[in-house]
Ligand binder design. Structure first.
Ligand code: SIN
Length: 515
């Protein structure tokens, strides 16, 4: 029996919950694969929200930094729009109780992160922003009667006919799938970091949203651009704990086992060079066996214990005392700039489907996301999509409920985690920080072989395979290096390729099958 709901939100990270609250008192249903607060990348974000809050800073300056960081392919209109909305959303979060760090005169304490021309990242207890914002919103959601949260519910497949949403196939705690129909749908189910062996994302964040939307026919944009965070901790923990960029903002430096401060020779901004440049040098140091490390001893010292609580806790768990010794680090997949292509209003190419947060590709991030613009984009586009969904329902009643819609006969078994590890190894070794055409082509062949062995058994694994195939195919097609996408066989930028890309699942599979 199909369930009929008003608005269905797939995903319960920052974008999903903020959209649900923005829609109140309109009834909405939120699918949360885990208990609220668990499994969402947002809750792990250490940096904060980028916003021009200081009287000497401006949204225009923030937009310029966003465009510059994105290495030539940021949509400047989207950057102006998002940065102009930033202050309003930070004030809204503060209003509902987010305990942002404050100055003595009641202002916001701001952190400086790489490629920002101003200290403009609002934070909570140093590195606790994501967790604190999520905690605040979860409390709000609990007190908002119009929001129904189904915990343990995972979306497996979007049902689309004639390019229009018909419903979503859902499984609760891996039980028999059923269909939920709604008048409007928001996909806010996160990024793709755990398609890689080294990642700062929760294990469940593995391309499911992008894969699911692509398999249903949605256009995917900028899939080749994966951001690798330069300083994930290399302490044998999967996922790799993040050592926030704010540490480098406070003066922490990068050294290797020979004691060399190698970034000084690489970029005039040294450790605060754009994230992709620092990530590549850290990768090179790691590959050479030079053991790159983040040294917080002189710049931060004992303060790390109370100003960077998460980082200090992870160090303790790993037997490292950052007051006395440097922290081993390695680049790790952190954020997917690509995603489901959306228009200015957050709408995908499928009628009735809006997308926000990391699952989307709005054009804000270009080839390289500016630090702490991720949470900001999630807030702005959750609110924008909420607005768009209400308008669509008011003007045309929204997507019609379809009588007699059948639940497709799809696999809902547990994903084979050995197959997942194979997939992650393929992506890491051949479509990672540094790539080349032959390696990517081999990755696509390996993914096809994996699909032959394991495809169709579990819909979620098919969604992962789809996301990985899209990333690899788009990386194969972009024969240049730009931002987070670095091709050793095409190490330079090519001006003729200074544009965003679009790809469909069909096109990615066709390329895969040609190689
Ligand atoms: C960090 O804290 O270094 C990550 C911030 C971000 O990725 O936006």
């Amino acid at each position: 029996m199909n369930d009929q709901h008003n608005i269905l939100i797939i995903g319960a990270g920052l974008a999903g919950l903020y959209a649900a609250l923005s829609l109140a008192p309109r009834p909405v249903t939120v699918l949360s694969p885990k208990p609220l607060g668990y499994g969402a990348s947002s809750a792990w974000a250490q940096g904060g929200v980028a916003a021009a809050m200081h009287k000497n800073d401006t949204p225009e300056a923030h937009a310029v930094d966003t465009v510059n960081a994105g290495d030539g392919i940021v949509d400047a209109d989207i950057a102006s729009f998002v940065t102009s909305q930033a202050k309003e959303h930070v004030l809204e979060l503060a209003e509902v109780g987010t305990p942002f760090d404050r100055t003595d005169d009641g202002g916001f304490v701001m952190s400086k992160e790489a490629a920002h021309g101003f200290a403009r990242v609002v934070r909570v207890k140093g590195d606790q922003a994501g967790a604190a914002i999520m905690e605040t919103l979860i409390k709000e959601v609990a007190e908002t009667p119009s929001i129904t949260v189904i915990e343990g519910a995972t979306a497996l497949e979007l049902l689309v006919e004639n390019n229009e949403m018909q419903g979503v196939v859902v499984s609760e705690d891996n039980t028999t799938p059923y269909v939920i129909q709604a008048k409007a749908y928001l996909l806010a189910a996160g990024g793709a970091g755990s398609l890689y062996l080294k990642t700062t994302n929760p294990p469940s964040v593995r391309g499911l949203a992008v894969g699911m939307a692509a398999r249903a026919g949605a256009v995917i944009a900028d899939a080749e651009f994966v951001q690798f965070h330069p300083t994930a901790m290399d302490v044998g923990i999967d996922p790799n704990p993040l050592a926030t960029e704010a540490l480098r903002g406070e003066g922490a430096i990068l050294i290797n086992k020979h004691g060399e401060r190698y970034m000084l020779d690489v970029h005039p901004d040294a450790e605060l060079a754009p994230r992709d440049i620092v990530a590549r040098e850290n990768f090179r140091q790691h590959q050479m066996g030079n053991v790159p490390m983040l040294d917080t001893r002189e710049a931060i010292g004992e303060h790390i214990k109370d100003e960077f609580i998460s980082v200090y806790r992870y160090c303790q768990q790993s037997g490292i005392d950052p007051v006395k010794e440097p922290i081993p680090i390695v680049p790790a997949a952190h954020y997917h700039m690509g995603g489901v292509a959306t228009d200015k209003a957050g709408k995908s190419s499928i009628k009735g489907l809006w997308v926000s947060g990391e699952a989307s590709s709005t054009g804000l991030h270009g080839a390289n996301r500016l630090a702490s613009n991720g949470l900001l984009e999630a807030l702005v586009y959750a609110a924008t999509a909420a607005d768009g969904m209400i308008k669509a329902i008011k003007s045309n009643g929204g997507q019609p409920y379809v009588d007699g819609l059948k639940t497709p006969d799809i696999g809902f078994k547990y994903v084979d985690e050995d197959a997942v590890m194979e997939l992650r190894a393929i992506m890491s070794s051949k479509v990672g920080v540094m790539r080349d055409g032959d390696g990517i082509a081999q990755a696509l062949r390996d993914l096809r072989e994996l699909a032959d062995r394991h495809g169709d058994v579990s819909t979620n694994f098919d969604n992962m395979l789809a996301a990985a195939t899209l990333i690899a195919a788009a990386a194969y097609n972009r024969k240049e290096s730009r931002g987070g996408h670095y091709r050793t066989d095409y190490p330079d930028k090519d001006d003729s390729l200074q544009h965003r890309t679009e790809i469909t699942y069909e096109e990615a599979i066709a390329l895969r099958d040609r190689l």
